[in-house]
Ligand binder design. Structure first.
Ligand code: ATP
Ligand code: MG
Length: 375
């Protein structure tokens, strides 16, 4: 049995960047031998095992053939006879189709090292078209490696267009779409992900909500945001706010539908909705009545979740470069004052239940009124 490092870990090592995870391929072994060695079988569809100590994934070398729709529509063939080269041939991109032997030697049958040097995302073979997930993976790698200068090879882009035209993208599971989208949102250039999907006509099928977005003018905002706060939820919120500026869009329900459809975690939905709301009132905040101010502050849950405010401010600053941190100081002070109100002091006056609630709200309104008077 021969065990080699494969895929992303080899690629990232050659690029000199930190890898997310390490994947291993095992050549010349049977499932039984793996179990005897203490590996835990986990693969439902193909033979993958977890290392008893490291928790890393070890897959038996395999070949595959398309047998149905979507990412899961494959028949796998794993046997001790499948060679390392055969296993590498089923992979998506040349830069992901390299292995490293325990001696350190790199096995590179598809010139992945040259493509790393030339900064090209290129498919391994025409079997690329058999899995629609690869469209999303290429777009995601284009976003992740954009800062290094990587481009999608022309032929690969043609295959991606063919996949889009075939209708196969519609068979991808929501989880797979969300997983690649999240990785793209974590990258320095999430807009590149959408741009590549647009170029290969996949955006209408996968993220129709973003189809009408003009991506180029958004680029400076996204770059500013990535410096202020690179978290993926913020990048998503920025995209959603840009959608809200398109006419005839009910952004709140659009965000809700999008997050439900591709099963994005709720924190994405919540921050996106909060920012769309925040952006719409912030420029006029000082002019609002005390009641309006308090309503919005509560609607945005800024009293219960004060950590959201710095995130909303970063988003706003990236969207509107005319604004500075100082423009948010009065809002921050107002929130501090309201939060400093102690329910205890009202309780010691004997107030409880609805009465207590009313008294606290009256005091909160007084603070907002003072704020209105002095701004
Ligand atoms: P990441 O840095 O996000 O982990 P990765 O390239 O390691 O990127 P993984 O999902 O961990 O991606 O997959 C490990 C390897 O398995 C890939 O490098 C590639 O060789 C292969 N692979 C994964 N998904 C596919 C796919 N859909 N089609 C072909 N090969 C794939
Ligand atoms: Mg990986």
């Amino acid at each position: 049995m021969q065990i080699c490092l494969v895929g992303g870990a080899v690629r990232d090592q050659l690029l000199g960047i930190q890898s997310q995870d390490r994947d291993w391929v095992v050549v010349g072994a049977t499932e039984k031998e793996m179990i005897v060695q203490g590996f835990r079988p986990v693969g439902r569809d193909f033979p993958v095992f977890i290392h008893p100590n490291t928790g890393e994934e070890y897959a038996l070398a395999r070949t595959e053939r398309k047998s149905g729709h979507g990412y899961a529509g494959f028949t796998f063939f794993a046997s001790p006879d499948v060679s390392l080269e055969e296993d590498l041939a089923r992979r998506d991109l040349t830069i992901n189709a390299m292995a490293q032997l325990p001696s350190g030697e790199i096995i590179d049958p598809f010139s992945g090292q040259k493509d790393l040097q030339d900064k090209v995302l290129r498919h391994v073979s025409s079997a690329f078209s058999e899995d629609p997930l690869r469209v999303l993976r290429v777009a995601r790698f284009a976003a992740q490696f954009h800062h290094l200068g990587f481009q999608v090879a022309t032929d690969t882009m043609s295959l991606m267009r063919e996949i889009s035209a075939s209708g196969e993208l519609g068979f991808l599971s929501a989880e797979r779409v969300a997983q690649e989208f999240e990785k793209a949102l974590c990258s320095q250039h999430p807009l590149v992900f959408l741009d590549i999907l647009k170029q290969c006509n996949a955006l209408d099928c996968l993220f129709s909500e973003f189809s009408r977005l003009d991506l180029e003018p958004l680029s400076p905002s996204m770059l500013r945001l990535k410096i202020l706060n690179p978290a993926p939820e913020l990048s998503f919120a920025l995209l959603c706010q840009a959608i809200s500026e398109l006419q005839e869009v009910n952004t709140a329900s659009l965000i809700q539908d999008l997050c439900l459809r591709i099963k994005m975690p709720n924190r994405y939905r919540d921050l996106a909705r909060q920012f769309v709301r925040f952006y719409s009132f912030m420029s006029d905040f000082a002019q609002l009545s005390p009641q309006q101010k308090l309503t919005i502050i509560k609607e945005l849950r800024l009293l219960k979740e004060p950590n959201t405010l710095p995130e909303l401010i970063s988003l706003y600053l990236s969207r509107d470069p005319q604004m500075t941190h100082e423009d948010f100081e009065s809002l921050q002070r107002l929130l501090q004052r309201i939060r400093a109100l102690s329910p205890q002091s009202f309780m010691t006056k004997g107030l409880t239940g609805a009465e207590l609630g009313k008294a606290i709200e009256a005091a909160q309104l007084d603070i907002c009124a003072l704020d209105t008077k002095y701004t």
